[in-house]
Write a protein of this length. Structure first.
Length: 384
């Protein structure tokens, strides 16, 4: 599944590296871009509750995966049909790409948690997220190489989206192979394994507050690329490389923090959140590319650690029979917060950059505090 997700991330994360510049070229403002990407993330996370419930009842992991991947990866090359006035269709396809991801991820994460029962949840999710991040790195680099061969992004975004059909097809081929090799992934975790709790306690709700705070203050990358484009610090042909940098940093972060989680627990998530918290100040309060690059590195650390550890923590907190539904619930909450945060941070961008940065940093600090409190409570209970 790491290989499958590598090609999938090459497809949709390659496209996401130019979404901001593309939608700006289509005439959308920062607030509108934040709204569109926020709706996409809301659908991409909120729909997981529905797909998770369906998979929980049917235990049909592979059909959900197949449907989700088809929608996820084929929505990207379909952007080739959007002309200069086709911003509305473009927005629909961008959102549908996120919807496909929502359909497949609860089943995908549950399958990983089965493997995690043998090798450790932190390592299992970190390993898959590592390959995700490698694909997220290769996607923008792939587009960069295409542009260096003569495709000019400022006039021909459609050609770039068309080239993404190659990793999209490779995704589906790898998925078919994985299905043939492992038709019953639940066998990784025997029925007698019952780790996790069956009810929501105070720590669970505090964890919800933490991930909501993180999502509210951690803006999507299209706003960052739009900002850098407006500053004219990087040419359009080099914009995908900035996202590639964030993704390769995220790949390293997933392995480091994923392994650390299996040893030290949830406080590792607080470390990564505190480390990444000031990213927006470096990016939006400076006109120097070297300073902005520091912010992008911090953004990559925060996103990589959060995406791998958030799922690993849920897998460890919830019993097997309720795990798919739990993944869907936590992802839905995260998606709603991401939608609201992306939209509001886009509005604040158009109004006041310092206020936007203050809000972003403050929310990250709230998230880190929640994780530290959970760790303190857990340690105290263990000592008792």
């Amino acid at each position: 599944m790491g290989v499958v997700n590598l090609f999938a991330d090459m497809t949709h994360e390659g496209a996401r590296s130019i979404y901001g510049a593309y939608l700006s070229f289509q005439g959308l403002t920062a607030a509108q871009i934040g709204f569109v990407t926020g709706v996409g993330e809301f659908i991409g996370y909120g729909l997981r509750l529905i797909s998770g419930n369906i998979v929980d009842r049917t235990q049909r992991y592979w059909p959900a995966m197949t449907i989700g991947f088809v929608i996820n990866v084929l929505s990207v090359p379909a952007l080739v049909f959007c002309n200069r006035q086709g911003w509305l269709l473009a927005c629909v396809l961008i959102i549908s790409e996120r919807a496909g991801r929502a359909i497949r991820l609860p089943a995908n994460n549950t399958m990983l948690s089965f493997a995690g029962s043998q090798m450790g949840n932190g390592r299992a999710f970190a390993l898959e997220e590592f390959w995700d991040s490698i694909g997220s790195f290769l996607g923008p680099v792939y587009l960069y190489l295409i542009m260096t061969l003569g495709v000019t992004a400022t006039t021909n975004y459609q050609a770039l989206f068309a080239w993404l059909i190659v990793p999209a097809i490779l995704t589906l081929v790898a998925l078919m192979f994985a299905h043939q090799q492992f038709p019953r992934p639940e066998k990784f975790e025997p029925d007698k394994v019952t780790t996790g709790q069956t009810k929501i306690d105070g720590n669970t709700w505090l964890y919800v507050i933490g991930i909501v705070s993180f999502a509210l203050g951690f803006m999507d990358f299209p706003i960052i690329t739009m900002h850098i484009q407006r500053l004219n610090l990087v040419s359009n042909i080099n914009l995908p490389l900035l996202y590639a940098l964030a993704m390769i940093i995220g790949a390293i972060a997933t392995l480091v923090f994923g392994g650390a989680y299996d040893r030290w627990g949830i406080k590792v998530l607080s470390w990564s959140t505190l480390l990444a918290a000031p990213f927006s100040g470096f990016i939006f309060l400076s006109h120097h590319l070297s300073v902005i690059l520091i912010g992008i590195v911090l953004w990559g650390i925060g996103m990589g650690a959060q995406e791998s550890l958030m799922e690993a923590i849920v897998g460890a907190m919830v019993a097997r029979r309720q795990r798919v539904r739990a993944f869907g619930f936590f992802d839905m909450v995260f998606g709603i917060a991401w939608f609201i945060g992306s939209w509001l941070l886009g509005l604040l961008y158009d109004w006041s950059l310092p206020i936007m940065v203050i809000c972003s940093v403050a929310l990250q600090l709230v998230a880190a505090s929640c994780y530290l409190i959970i760790n303190w409570r857990t340690t105290k209970m263990g000592a008792a």
